[in-house]
Design a protein around this ligand. Structure first.
Ligand code: CUA
Length: 326
């Protein structure tokens, strides 16, 4: 549709949906502004005072007119509401078969991790025609992940995970911007999303890759190594013999805390439990775990989560969507 340079190229599966609603709103606003302007000018000319002694008449009410100009706008704005909501849900809820990548923002660069553990800086390779879900966090201040061609913009916050998904529809290179002022070099915090044909992407993924990429081992294995290196395994044993709760089958389940509340064991919960263990104590356990704040990098947290996921279950579909919508 609207393929002129005033707006960025449409390069994701939902870019057209976002643009349609945007252009509808612009068109509707323009039409209304036009009608009102014309009427203002016409009425001013038609009904202005013709001599100084003239006294105008008071307003006349019209129930019929009041009803019409209430009912019609109600239908129009409710239509926009339901339309907008359906597009919002499309954007918020990733489809079933996404591949997952990790993003860490920091002053002033983007760090990415591919599903096989391969890392990139300021460049993210993705396959065309495949839904990709990004789980993102920040190492310092608030950043915002903005890819105009995909109509994707999501804040990245320190201390929690936010997610976006997109399906790139055309091979090529697309700008990535930081859209939240994050300090001196905010305007230089840019990157590239490189969309490749699936076969090319698969080849790239296992190759040495471009500069700046350190091919690393499988993130789940790296997570297990770290789990043992940090001695997590001495307390979090299989079964109920350890000082801490077992982490087998934990991921995706509901945990009961000491104060009786139930929490969903998702990425954010695990992250919080590593960095601020005293914040959420599982029922039946003592607050004996030290914090690992400062001892584990964001990438390390990602790897630990990948490991804990690998020995756990799945997030319930509803909960996954809910935690994304947050
Ligand atoms: Cu990061 Cu602005």
């Amino acid at each position: 549709m609207f393929d002129f340079p005033l707006i960025p190229e449409q390069a994701s599966s939902y870019a057209g949906d976002v643009d349609n609603i945007y252009f509808f709103l612009v068109a509707m606003t323009a039409v209304m502004a036009f009608i009102i302007t014309v009427l203002v000018i016409y009425f001013a000319a038609r009904y202005h005072r013709k001599n100084v002694d003239e006294i105008g008449s008071g307003p006349h009410g019209s129930v019929k007119l009041e009803i019409i100009w209430t009912i019609i706008p109600v239908f129009v704005v409710m239509g926009i509401f339901f339309w907008g909501t359906s597009v919002f849900y499309t954007i918020q809820k990733p489809p079933e078969d996404t591949i997952e990548m990790w993003v860490v923002g920091k002053q002033w660069m983007w760090k990415f991790q591919q599903p096989n553990g391969k890392r990139e800086i300021n460049e993210l390779h993705v396959p065309r025609g495949q839904a990709v879900k990004l789980t993102m966090t920040s190492q310092d201040v608030i950043h915002s992940f903005f890819v105009p061609a995909f109509r994707v913009k999501q804040d990245i916050l320190p201390g929690r995970y936010t997610t976006v998904w997109f399906e790139a529809t055309k091979a090529g290179e697309y700008h990535l911007f930081c859209a939240e002022y994050c300090g001196t070099n905010h305007s230089k915090m840019m990157g590239k999303i490189i969309v490749q044909e699936p076969v090319e992407y698969a080849e790239w993924l296992v190759s040495g890759g471009t500069a700046q990429v350190a091919a690393s081992s499988d993130p789940t294995e790296a997570g297990l190594e770290m789990f043992n290196a940090l001695a997590c395994n001495t307390c979090h044993k299989e079964g109920s013999s350890g000082l801490g709760p077992t982490l087998n089958d934990l991921y995706g389940s509901e945990e009961e805390l000491a104060d009786g509340t139930m929490v969903l064991a998702d990425d954010t919960y695990i992250r919080e439990s590593i960095l601020n263990p005293a914040g959420q104590i599982v029922k039946g356990f003592q607050p004996v775990m030290p914090t690992y704040q400062g001892q584990v990098t964001e990438e390390g947290l990602t790897q630990l989560i990948m490991y804990i996921r690998s020995i756990g279950g799945e997030l319930p579909a509803d909960a996954a969507a809910e935690s994304e919508a947050e």
